[in-house]
Design a protein around this ligand. Structure first.
Ligand code: RNT
Ligand code: ZN
Length: 418
């Protein structure tokens, strides 16, 4: 298997359509994807949480879940060593690292509680993104947080949001790389509500209060994430798509589209160009919805390629902040990360290797037959040869060979965790 020879042949084939494989590789190596820490421990965090709440669920009990900051960091290192490129890590407030005896609750978390993460990122040249955690907490048990009618509870969560803005600012400043702080709340009702307006009005007020915090926009970018329904909260979601679309547009923050948060035949790929026309930047949670679940491991499927194509065709690799968001506890968790991250990169490479200008020209000229033929034939072009070459060039294992490394780590480390 001569990777370079195969690459050279692929290069010639793509060149026939004016596609420069070298340029594609160059652009791909600039991409950084935010790898979500919560795949490593089934969204448990370090606060001693008893279970996961907020209408999301991690199912499965594959051995080896990371239980401490050190274990999670080690596992993330293992995953990152098998993924080509330099990426970001995505943390939740529930991954705070507090000293023994420290009783700090979410409303008063401080930058110091994330210093070990900042040190971790510094040593590895990574950036960090951040999320306030509006679930898995006694005050979120009702399924309501920022839209809660009880003023004290609502205030607690507003204070959590504010504390997280300061933490995000600290992270961005320390790493000298802007931190994306994404706000997602589970708020909703299991059954048909009597009043759909007031909870949204309270959410709007809460978000405005959070954003009134004094924070440095050079270091923090805020996004808001909508959802269609949660488990146990099936009938009404306070933070719906329309709510956040308008909220983001009027407040100058970003929309975050989670690919698992829409109706079954509704895709986020189609929304990307529309949002980019009206907003400078856009954030994504890439995941895979399967029936009731919005959080399966990202596969190289049609929609993933469509998402990548829209980002590339809009020339927006630097305007779309890509993050992954899923949690599968039924398989090796490190493999889950590696599969998703590599697939996201593969999808982008696939999109970068398409003759996008030529295809757009066919569309403009009404040459729909040619457009279809070429798009279909391109599906079996040797994109895998370019991918292998890219992996070799960046020093990560080729093809499925990375699994041997994970398997060894599994035997020596994960299975010994008890
Ligand atoms: C839940 C949202 C949210 C979470 C993470 C843990 O439906 O997608 O983004 O998955 O914040
Ligand atoms: Zn999400």
């Amino acid at each position: 298997m001569d990777i370079t020879r195969r690459y050279e042949e692929a290069k010639e084939l793509y060149k026939n359509f004016g596609v420069d494989t070298e340029l594609a590789i160059e652009k791909l190596s600039q991409v950084s994807i935010s790898m979500h820490c919560w795949q490593g421990d089934d969204v448990t965090g370090f606060e001693g949480a008893k279970g996961l709440s907020g209408g999301i669920q991690a199912t499965g009990n594959y051995p080896g879940r990371a239980r401490t900051p050190k274990e999670l960091m080690d596992d993330m290192d293992m995953a990152l060593s098998l993924i080509p490129g330099t990426h970001r890590i995505n943390l939740h407030a529930s991954y705070c690292i507090v000293k023994e005896g420290d009783r700090t609750d979410r409303d008063s978390l401080k930058p110091e509680h994330f210093k070990p993460w900042v040190d971790y990122a510094k040593e590895r040249g990574l950036a960090i993104d951040f999320n306030p955690t509006f679930f898995s907490h006694p005050l979120a048990d009702s399924g309501l947080t920022l839209s809660h009618p009880d003023e004290n509870i609502r205030r607690f969560w507003v204070d959590h949001g504010k504390a997280c803005l300061k933490i995000s600012e600290y992270i961005g400043k320390e790493l000298n790389k802007p931190c994306l702080m994404n706000i997602w709340i589970p708020d909703g009702y299991k059954d048909i509500p009597a009043d759909r307006y007031s909870p949204r009005q309270r959410l709007m007020r809460s978000l405005d209060e959070i954003l009134s915090t004094d924070y440095n926009k050079d270091y923090v970018t805020v996004s808001v994430e909508s959802k269609v329904f949660g488990i146990g909260l099936e009938s009404y979601t306070v933070g719906s798509h329309e709510f956040y679309l308008n909220y983001a547009a009027t407040r100058g923050v970003l929309c975050l589209l989670d690919s698992g948060h829409y109706h079954p035949t509704e895709t986020i790929s189609d929304k990307i160009p529309s949002l980019l026309l009206f907003s400078d930047r856009l954030a994504l949670h890439v995941t895979r919805a399967v029936r009731w679940d919005s959080d399966h491991v990202v596969l190289l499927d049609e929609e993933l390629r469509e998402i990548a194509k829209e980002i590339v065709r809009c020339n927006a690799l630097d305007r779309v902040l890509i993050g992954l968001d899923y949690f599968d506890a039924s398989i090796n968790r490190i493999s889950a990360w590696v599969v998703g991250m590599r697939n996201m990169m593969k999808a982008l490479l696939y999109a970068l290797l398409l003759p996008n200008d030529l295809l757009a020209k066919y569309q403009r000229e009404g040459e729909f037959t040619k457009q279809m033929i070429l798009q279909e034939e391109l599906k079996t072009y040797p994109f895998g040869d370019v991918w292998d070459y890219f992996c070799e060039k960046t020093g990560v294992p080729i093809r499925e060979n990375w699994y041997t490394v994970v398997k060894e780590y599994e035997e020596n480390v994960l299975f010994k965790r008890g």
